[in-house]
Design a protein around this ligand. Structure first.
Ligand code: NDP
Length: 479
């Protein structure tokens, strides 16, 4: 069925002339959106490598804190000298527990209930907040899905309950997440693999929208990068929106709070570095939920298919590796000098400003179709046209002023500045907390390349005109 859809889309696809008008029909393959139709050996090797190593990498970064006070080199030295073996390290690591399974089941179920059963009311009284039912972007097959945006509300309810428990009810310790951290890792892996496998099987047996599925014939690639574009159960349970935002990103700030509580319990105080990490990351998380409707227009929702990359990544990679700084600070309570703390805060806030303003400029520009003011002037842009997989002709604009005229992805640059600030908050004692900036750099540079490849396929010569007008990607004059 999927290859029939692909062939049909191929037949219908037309090459666009540079001024946006449709010209001759060609046999150019359709669907240059999202993941590939065909897999080369390099991509396949990368996929298999990631599938095999990513779960162990997460285990490694958490285990080294548990057993080696977050020293990344010590276990390697001990393995080399024969003082430790893979078996002895594995045996020392806490394993699955039913307590962790209960905590995680309650957590995920609670987030499902908040997502599905509590329609958003916050948009009714928070000025400027776009919640409630919102439209997503047009899918490759030409559909526009509707989403219930209630992430901010879910975050507020969850954190209000967390606070109420810590202050008044004392049902559980605020260190509960830290205290069950490695057992929780096994539980998140179970859910991550279960949801990815379910999405994979569902794509073959009962896809939500068959026209938005992509099959490559390579089982590993299909499993990892996903087949279905917007898998759903029923009308509203959207896998991408749920798994990306909750349970992972709602949990992010709670995990950090649990780390701070652990510092307090162990040392009798909370370090300024821990406060910085909590505050800077909370800004990022709150920004995400405040702008959840905007998030519907980002690459994750607009172009990526739902497979292991998103399913397992959201359940395991995100909560464990995006919170490494707080974990590190529990084992290494760094108290920063005032100058160091101020520099980290400044870097984090400037990074956040660049990240948010860049994203905001594009959002404003696209929403108003260029009829707005950016840096006090009417924005300049390039007119583009493209076709969706169903053959429909659409028009778009690429802004060439504001942050989008300085470089093509300054939102990524701002994100990287913020990420560096989280790492620098941990001082310079170990490289462990710096894994995050290395990972984010790889992720965002790769994303940059992926996105530009897609935009080039989508807009053709119009994209070339844009890259001629704005030649740099992340750092003007350098890259
Ligand atoms: P962008 O928000 O940059 O979106 C890229 C898309 O914007 C392009 O595909 C194109 O889409 C459109 N576009 C490109 N140039 C222009 C222009 N000049 N004018 C108007 N539209 C343009 O990318 P992402 O969705 O990847 O990122 C969104 C944010 O999320 C970023 O700030 C990023 O840092 C952050 N992020 C964070 C991650 C994390 O793990 N912390 C992971 C991934 C992203 P179209 O087809 O519509 O033209």
């Amino acid at each position: 069925m999927s290859s029939a859809v692909a062939m049909e889309a191929t037949r219908r696809r037309q090459r666009l002339s540079s001024n946006g008008g449709a010209s001759e029909t060609t046999e150019e393959p359709a669907g240059q959106w999202g993941r590939a139709w065909e897999v080369d050996w390099f991509s396949l090797s990368a996929v298999i490598l990631l599938l095999c190593t990513a779960p162990f990498l997460v285990f490694f970064f958490v285990m080294v804190c548990d057993q080696y006070q977050c020293s990344v080199s010590q276990p390697l030295v001990e393995l080399y000298s024969g003082e430790a073996t893979l078996r002895s390290i594995w045996d020392k690591a806490p394993s699955f527990t039913w307590t962790a399974a209960q905590i995680y089941t309650v957590w995920v179920s609670f987030q499902v209930v908040l997502y599905m059963c509590v329609p958003d009311v916050t948009h009714k009284f928070l000025p400027g907040y776009a919640g409630g039912v919102q439209d997503g972007a047009r899918t490759p097959a030409g559909l526009i899905n509707k989403y219930e945006i209630n992430g901010l509300q879910s975050w507020l309810i969850t954190h209000a309950l967390w606070y109420a428990n810590a202050q008044y009810f004392h049902w559980f310790s605020p260190t509960i997440i830290f205290d069950n951290w490695i057992p929780l890792l096994w539980c998140t892996n179970i859910l991550g693999y279960a949801v990815s496998t379910f999405a994979f099987v569902k794509a073959y047996l009962f896809p939500t929208n068959a026209e938005d599925c992509k099959f490559t014939g390579n089982v590993f690639y299909n499993y990892m990068m996903g087949i279905e574009f917007n898998p759903r159960i029923g009308k509203w349970f959207d896998f991408k929106l749920f798994f990306n935002g909750r349970p992972g990103i709602v949990a992010w700030t709670l995990i950090n709070l649990s780390y701070a509580a652990k510092q307090q319990e162990l040392y009798g105080y909370v370090t300024n570095s821990m406060i910085l990490v909590n505050v800077l990351q909370a800004i990022y998380v709150l920004d995400f939920f405040w702008n959840e409707a905007w998030y519907l227009k980002t690459i994750d929702i607009c172009h990526d298919h739902f497979g292991w990359y998103l399913g397992w990544g959201d359940c395991v990679w995100l909560p464990f590796l995006y919170t490494l700084q707080g974990l590190y600070l529990v084992y290494n309570p760094v108290q920063l000098s005032t100058a160091h703390a101020a520099a980290v805060l400044l870097l984090g806030l400037v990074g956040y400003y660049v990240f948010r303003s860049t994203n905001h400029q594009k959002d404003l520009f696209r929403r108003t179709e260029g009829k707005c003011s950016v840096w006090g002037k009417k924005p300049t842009f390039i007119e583009c046209a493209y076709r969706s997989g169903d053959g429909g002709l659409h028009h778009s604009k690429l802004m060439t002023s504001g942050f989008w005229g300085v470089a093509r992805h300054l939102n990524y640059t701002g994100d990287l500045m913020g990420s560096l600030a989280y790492c620098a908050a941990c001082g310079f004692g170990h490289i462990h907390p710096y894994f995050y900036i290395v990972y984010m750099t790889i992720l965002l540079v790769h994303r940059c390349v992926r996105d530009e490849h897609r935009c080039s396929s989508k807009y053709g010569k119009d994209w070339k005109r844009y890259t001629d007008a704005v030649p740099y990607r992340l750092l003007p004059g350098i890259f």
